[in-house]
Design a protein around this ligand. Structure first.
Ligand code: PDD
Length: 284
């Protein structure tokens, strides 16, 4: 059976889900998006995702294509129509269709598309042994807090990571501190403190990042949001977080082991705690 997509007012089979070639999302990457997990019909932090979508739309001055309540019911309906158990919902809002002129006309009608796919299963091998990352100078723009569909730099980062046999690319600021992964937030354990870059325009405020920090603090894991570097004394573990990974250990960076090169105890404990919290948040 075909997957079903929502496109600008109607539900259609995915093979027939099209937008116009002059959609500004296609021509200018003039849009924003969300990726939301749904476990057995229960969405994880749907409100937080919708609020971030609203903030992204406001930041680029695109009117919301529907009210927050309407968006929520369209997302729920897309999930239901696709008859999936654990799903990943993709929501994209662009400025709409117009002749290709940079300056956006005021009266444009934003485009809204929603798709659903099976939530990718965690990679057992990577959970057990950890994954590897490379570091790259941050070539992205200055508003990484907006969840923009302009992801060319992220694609290039992932491509470079793959070509070097690694899983993720960590963006480094000019002074060498770690900002985030190409599609994940990055954390380190330094002298038993969980450290991650503070929220500013150089990182995306990940919904999973919020869960990780909240759960760590609630379980007596000290947390510090500050810039950090890979060569800091006492750095023993690294990990990434995102909607599609929850928490994943990173055990090698630029071909050097982190700690003893195996997933560390804080990462393991946090992953368990975060999965337990996800179960609570998505229980009926
Ligand atoms: N990526 N940082 C970046 C640059 C991201 O693209 C993402 C998410 C995150 C984690 O955010 P969250 O915890 O809200 O998923 C951090 C999504 C999953 C993607 O582009 O597919």
């Amino acid at each position: 059976m075909s997957l079903i997509a929502y496109v600008n007012g109607g539900f259609v089979p995915l093979e027939k889900a099209y937008v116009h070639i002059e959609d500004r999302g296609f021509q200018f990457a003039d849009g924003v998006y969300e990726v939301i997990a749904c476990y057995n019909g229960q969405f994880l932090e749907l409100k937080a995702h919708l609020e971030r979508l609203v903030r992204s739309c406001q930041a680029i001055r695109v009117p919301l294509p529907a009210t927050q309540d309407e968006l929520e019911s369209l997302i729920r309906e897309t999930y239901t129509r696709n008859k999936l158990d654990d799903a990943m919902l993709y929501v994209q809002v662009t400025r709409g269709v117009a002749p290709r002129i940079h300056a956006p006309a005021k009266e444009l009608r934003p485009s809204l598309i929603i798709t659903a796919r099976e939530l990718p299963a965690p990679d057992d091998e990577k959970l057990l042994n950890g994954a590897s990352a490379i570091t790259l100078s941050d070539i992205r723009w200055q508003r990484c807090d907006i969840k923009s569909i302009a992801l060319l730099a992220s694609v290039m980062g992932k491509q470079e990571a793959m070509s070097r046999g690694a899983y993720e690319a960590f963006w480094l600021a000019e002074d060498g501190h770690v900002l985030e992964g190409s599609s994940t937030n990055a954390f380190a354990v330094i002298n038993d403190v969980l450290v991650t870059h503070p929220l500013d325009c150089h990182v995306l405020g990940g919904i999973t990042r919020d869960i990780v920090l909240r759960i760590a603090a609630a379980n007596d894991i000290e947390v510090c949001e500050r810039p950090w570097k890979l060569d800091e004394q006492g750095l023993s573990e690294c990990m990434i977080s995102s909607t599609t990974h929850a928490v994943l250990p990173i055990v090698r960076i630029d071909d050097k082991p982190i700690g003893d090169g195996a997933p560390g105890p804080v990462t393991g404990r946090l992953r368990k705690l975060v999965l337990a919290e996800i179960s609570v948040l998505t229980s009926a």
